[in-house]
Design a protein around this ligand. Sequence first.
Ligand code: ACO
Length: 402
Amino acid sequence: GIEVTKLLATTGMVTLDPGFVNTAACSSEITYIDGDAGILRYRGYPIEQLAEKSSFLEVSYLLIHGELPTDTQLREFTQQITRHTLLDEDLKRFFDGFPRDAHPMPVLSSAVSALSTFYQDNLNPFDEPNVHLSTIRLLAKVPTLAAYAYKKSVGQPLLYPDNSLNYVENFLRLCFGLPAEPYEIDPEVAKALDMLFTLHADHEQNCSTSTVRVVGSSEANLFASISAGIMALFGPLHGGANAAVLDMLEDIRDQGGDVNAYVNRVKNKEPGVKLMGFGHRVYKNYDPRARIVKATADQLLTKLAPNDHLLELATQLEEVALHDDYFISRKLYPNVDFYTGLIYRAMGFPTKMFTVLFAIGRLPGWIAHYREMIHDPATKIARPRQVYTGPAERDFLEIEKR
Ligand code: ACO
């Protein structure tokens, strides 16, 4: 590989690969995907086993440090994160500066970006103690920031974290608790959200993770790189798909619930009409995460939202698509986001928060990739080439002659 790269560099040849469909930008030991077989493993462990037996913080440790933690290591890691959940009081005032109806994704990205103004020790971004501290601060503070973005959007007071609760319980209380009112945590909801975070924790070189690596490759600090990753996740073709699925299901319901009519619009390629939550750049088979999410949706929605017809509509849509030649021939299957929105909604989150939940889940993956990148001797600043197709040289024309 190195020889070919050198040859190409010296002869000036470049490959043109829009969307990097066939171009690897790095080597990585973190996550393995076999898109044809529908396999996903973090550090070698199958996603199905992690979803069933592990927890989000344990998986975060695994992704970031490469091995499952011992009991002591997990306790220390959890304690460190728990100690850093508070925000500087000045940072809390940022939330007053955004419009009340601001989307929480740019609010979250801005707040994460602002962390590098509060923790300027991070100006030596690649120093190991700084990277470690920034890692802990991000894992601890992003749920607090996310919950504050939500609280602002509903006009409710911001609560302080309750460090007697676990990671997900604390986040749920910060979102849905009120001052002076006890907040009762539903353990089934907390467990399901922890599992959904686990399923989202990494997915190798997706758009937002690549963004984190690209930004970090210029030696930008971890906060700046993650802030950029959050914005890459915002788009509806990536993390924004979980919200777009719900909008799509509500539209279908409001127009009489005819899934076949919607599928026909998709097949006719009406502008802007896609089967959101379907298709994936890498999976050409059922996304293994979608299978797990679907089972959780079935269980949880029966309990939390027994009269929600959207799950029924989603199931019908999937059935129709899985038997339709358009989707079969293009190998389009449900991805992780097809069913997550229904669960988030049943938990009480508004649609705008869905992609924020994805960001909390993806955070350890972004951090793991940033850290892998800065330790990889092969890392160079990301700087793709282009194939120029503009005009050949021509002489400047005075304005009155144009
Ligand atoms: N609905 C209808 N048709 C689709 C869909 C879809 N969801 N996805 C792909 N196709 C079609 C394309 O129109 C194209 O058809 P054509 O060959 O007739 O032109 C063919 O399938 C191949 O699709 P591409 O767009 O080339 O595939 P690509 O790998 O570039 O895109 C993507 C992948 C962006 C995920 C796409 O499938 C999509 O837009 N899906 C909907 C949005 C979504 O759910 N995104 C979440 C992805 S997972 C994640 O980020 C967590």
